[in-house]
Design a protein around this ligand. Structure first.
Ligand code: THU
Length: 155
């Protein structure tokens, strides 16, 4: 049987753009989501907000578990809320944590986000700091320049 490799690279979508995004609104949703964080084990509460092309913002918070490995990060919570609403590409991500300086998303979340959008502008904010000049800015492309590519064989 002639097995042809069928590659499913993350689609090289549009480059991350910072303009035209209401970052204050995204940070507000991320901060509100962080209030709902369930983080009794680490005490590190995280909120995330994802902007989809439909203009909606999807919030997520970290949800820990006594089986520590079951912990869900805020970013993947937001992703799940968006996907169940039919959204599979994204325009921006905001993260709010208690960390100073603001932190970048973890490796698992980088891969989870890159499944849908390779180059996403990301703003990370320390909770309570409204000063945009203190926000950290990343692009998913820079955080994860070589995403895992799944190659499956066509039967
Ligand atoms: N966490 C997130 O929600 N997002 C990240 O990108 C990194 C870590 C959560 C998981 C856990 O509940 C807590 O932060 C400490 O690792």
């Amino acid at each position: 049987m002639n097995r042809q490799p069928l590659f499913h690279p993350p689609v090289p979508d549009h480059a991350a753009t910072w303009e035209g995004i209401d970052w204050q609104a995204l940070v507000k949703v991320a901060a509100g989501s962080r209030e709902r964080a369930y983080a009794p084990y680490s005490g590190f509460r995280v909120g995330a907000a994802l902007l989809a092309p439909n203009g909606r913002i999807y919030g997520g918070c970290n949800v820990e578990n006594r089986v520590l490995g079951l912990t869900l990060c805020a970013e993947r919570g937001a992703l799940s809320a968006a996907v169940v609403d039919g959204q599979t590409s994204f325009e921006a991500l905001a993260i709010v944590t208690g960390a100073t300086p603001p932190c970048a998303p973890c490796g698992q979340c980088r891969d989870a986000l890159a499944e849908f959008t390779c180059d996403l502008p990301v703003v990370s904010v320390t909770a309570g700091d409204d000063e945009a000049s203190n926000w950290s800015r990343f692009t998913l492309q820079n955080l994860l320049p070589e995403p895992f590519v799944l190659a499956v064989e066509k039967p």
